[in-house]
Design a protein around this ligand. Sequence first.
Ligand SMILES: NC(=O)c1ccc[n+]([C@@H]2O[C@H](COP(=O)([O-])OP(=O)(O)OC[C@H]3O[C@@H](n4cnc5c(N)ncnc54)[C@H](O)[C@@H]3O)[C@@H](O)[C@H]2O)c1
Length: 289
Amino acid sequence: MEYWSLEQSKLQKGRPLPLAGRSALVTGGGGAIACGIGRKLLAAGAKVFLTDIDNKRLDKVCELLAREFDPAQISGITMDVTDSASVHNGLQEIILSCGGLDILVPNAGMAHVATLADLDESTFRKVLDVNLLGVFQVIKAAIPIFKRQARSGHIAAQIIINSSKNVFAPGAAFGAYSASKAGAHQLGKIAALELAEIGARVNMINADGIFDDHCISSGLWDVVGPDRMRSRNLDPEGLKEYYRNRNLLKTEVLADHVGNGVVFFASGLTPTTGATLPIDGGVASAFPR
Ligand SMILES: NC(=O)c1ccc[n+]([C@@H]2O[C@H](COP(=O)([O-])OP(=O)(O)OC[C@H]3O[C@@H](n4cnc5c(N)ncnc54)[C@H](O)[C@@H]3O)[C@@H](O)[C@H]2O)c1
């Protein structure tokens, strides 16, 4: 018995990591959830490309992850998901650097709090641009790559969209965010229909409130958190507790949990496409239907 831990580590040693040799692109890579997704993909053996429009945030996440994992497995690339040329260039850089792309995680996003009466057109367009058009741009740009790879017998591509609990359970004063995320979610289902012929899988993750990942706070929540609470007539100080207490398991949802969901789908353990995985501690109003 006293050698049991040594025995266990010996048994684990020879076991290949589930995503060894795969490459992954995570957009919005300078964000809190991207940090958790990156961490779990790296732990599963993938090479990870984090892309973001904000280089400062991107560098911080890359530096944090490089303290935990082999820096050679992590790359940061500037990319604006609303700009097709920028998306194309980013993908080219990835292909030139490692020859292909196996896992795509459209994750870049922004939020805005306003009732429909107060929502101005330009802000609505901006949120749609990032959250909906941005998802479309990266999926569209990756399709020719995935098709080429499929023709040469490469392992099936995996797209995992970081969607939201909000898609099934929208909230007042959050119309721009809810509508844009619902649109991106629907695009994911369309991509599942269209890409099944090449074996590619497209799935969605619906998380509820996540406020930070260790040292990286959610930029999105930093902007909308206080207003979100005020729109419910609640004290902004109680944000985390409010979210923890509203789920069935009374648990805090973490960026790492989303990362675990991404690795589950990316590993292709089940023949699943077009599906939604809630990572929300159980929110009955947001049960997928
Ligand atoms: N935090 C939550 O509670 C929560 C819950 C469910 C879903 N989500 C979704 O998860 C994703 C990430 O959220 P987060 O909390 O990590 O937010 P975050 O603000 O920390 O990260 C989002 C990142 O997207 C980047 N970004 C914004 N516009 C961009 C653009 N045009 N091109 C490229 N990058 C751009 C930002 O610079 C930022 O680094 C979003 O899509 C969000 O809708 C978040």
